[in-house]
Design a protein around this ligand. Structure first.
Ligand code: CS2
Length: 459
């Protein structure tokens, strides 16, 4: 006889201790759990590397995971069925507002790594009450405690994410130095701090290693059906399972001065030069996603798999791949196999990856996913037609959303709305400026984008 869900036991450690915390994560969401938490579980020494994962804007994920001792089920969703696995590496799931706990953990010499999934837009935000602002205050606590060097690992889909994270952290450290000059100076005898009298920014330069990464695993939002399926198949209640495709990739470059788990056991790759790998992922995977998100929704599709099955959307995506591939020339990138694998991953009929989710924050995503290809093509004397088409599709999608009164999310929403109030070429120019100010000065690009508007009008 099957038991009803409420009769089932709640997933938990049942007295078994959680792994010791040595990693702090900021941005506890589904992707962190299907990716970094899972890679840590695959490491042979993973049981020595517990993660304290802090939520971002809302405490919900911490509230769901805390009663189950940080445990959750990863549902690996392949085209032919699901596999279930309990991931044990989150030792503490903490409300991001709990800065006291964050400071305490960062001030501990046993904390060796901070990983970040804070979304692309957070790196530009200079406010102290953002995840990065909190991180920098935590670093001040580490410095004061003399707790030694640490690695910060950005796992956001940004080009040069190590440098972007470094710039943001140093800027915030400088602001903190200006706010409280000479505050919290350590005694000077802690490990790694040497003669530390140059303020927090100088301490960061001497003690923080910024590691660049390219992360990849398609992780759609968990649905109530997924929760019910886990109860039925696994025989316990898990309020926060995560669904992901079987594929997972993590490419990293940089130093870990206080050690790291053997992530290579889960397939992570450590390279000297990450840029070509970042570009391959951002352009071919994320770029294709963005193209499908706008073209697909304009043509009435809801998911990646549906858009891919539409020859019009697929052709737009593949011509963008052709353009991007001209600038991905390193043989080890093996672009043909990468493209084949993407086609298979995107077509996975059991993963409902919603285009509306991918369509969010378009101004920022296009800057990373279309603009570099468009610029590279222009420099090579070509038009960058497919990259321009992606931008035009975004504009059409925005105009369509505004017309229908449906929501769209963008960090520049107010500017987008102002631009949408204009007409014709002026509107195209104003929207283009939000993606890239330089391109909006280039009449040929404006004309090109303008001429591509309406490409995906549903017929
Ligand atoms: C997607 C990514 O939402 C988006 O913008 O392109 O979240 C994508 O699914 C991941 O980067 C896959 O690794």
């Amino acid at each position: 006889m099957t038991r009803t869900a409420t009769e089932l036991p709640v997933l938990g450690r049942q007295g078994t201790p959680a792994p010791p915390i040595r990693i702090v994560h900021l941005g506890l969401g589904a992707f962190h759990r299907s990716h970094q938490a899972w890679f840590t579980a695959k490491a042979h020494d993973g049981s020595e590397w517990g993660i304290a994962a802090f939520t971002g804007r809302r405490p919900d994920a911490a509230q769901a995971l805390a009663p189950q001792d940080g445990l959750f089920t990863l549902v690996e969703r392949a085209a032919d069925g699901d596999r279930f696995e309990v991931v044990p590496t989150i030792a503490a799931a903490v409300d991001g507002a709990d800065t006291e706990r964050l400071n305490e953990l960062l001030a501990s010499p046993s904390t060796a790594i901070v990983t970040l999934t804070v979304t692309e837009k957070v790196y530009d935000d200079g406010a102290p009450d953002t995840p990065l602002g909190r991180l920098v205050r935590g670093l001040a606590a580490r410095r004061a405690a003399g707790a030694g060097p640490i690695a910060i690992v950005s796992c956001d889909n940004l080009a040069h994410n190590a440098e972007v994270a470094r710039a943001a952290v140093e800027r915030l450290a400088q602001a903190l130095d200006a706010e409280a000059p000479g505050a919290a100076l350590p005694s000077g005898d802690g490990p790694g701090d040497g003669a530390d009298d140059g303020g927090l920014e100088a301490w960061v330069r001497a003690n923080v290693s910024f590691v660049g990464t390219s992360v990849d695993r398609i992780t759609p939002r968990t649905t109530p059906e997924d929760i019910a399926e886990v109860a039925e198949q696994c025989g316990y209640r898990d309020a926060a399972p995560v669904v992901a495709e079987p594929f997972a990739s993590w490419i990293l470059s940089g130093e870990f001065p206080a050690g790291r788990p053997a992530w290579e056991d889960g397939g992570a790759l450590f390279v000297d030069d990450i840029e070509p790998f970042e570009n391959r992922k951002l352009w071919l995977l994320n770029g294709a996603h963005t193209m499908l998100a706008y073209a697909g929704q304009l043509r009435g599709h809801a998911t990646v798999a549906e858009a891919l099955a539409d020859p019009v959307c697929r052709a737009a995506m593949e011509s963008f791949w052709d353009e991007a591939a001209r600038h991905l020339t390193l043989p080890e990138l093996d672009v043909p196999s990468y493209r084949d694998a993407l086609l298979e991953r995107f077509a996975n009929p059991r993963i409902a990856h919603y285009l509306a989710q991918i369509a969010q924050d378009g101004s920022l995503k296009l800057r990373l996913r279309s603009v570099p290809v468009l610029r590279a093509e222009r420099s090579a004397g070509r038009t960058g037609l497919a990259a321009a088409r992606m931008i035009a599709a975004w504009m059409d999608y925005l105009a369509d959303s505004a017309e229908r009164g449906t929501e769209f999310h963008d960090p520049l929403e107010a500017d987008v709305r102002r631009a949408l109030a204009l007409e014709g070429r002026e509107r195209t120019t104003a929207l283009l400026r939000l993606v890239d100010a330089g391109l909006a000065e280039d009449a040929a690009v404006i004309d090109r984008v303008d001429s591509l508007l309406g490409t995906f009008a549903n017929d």
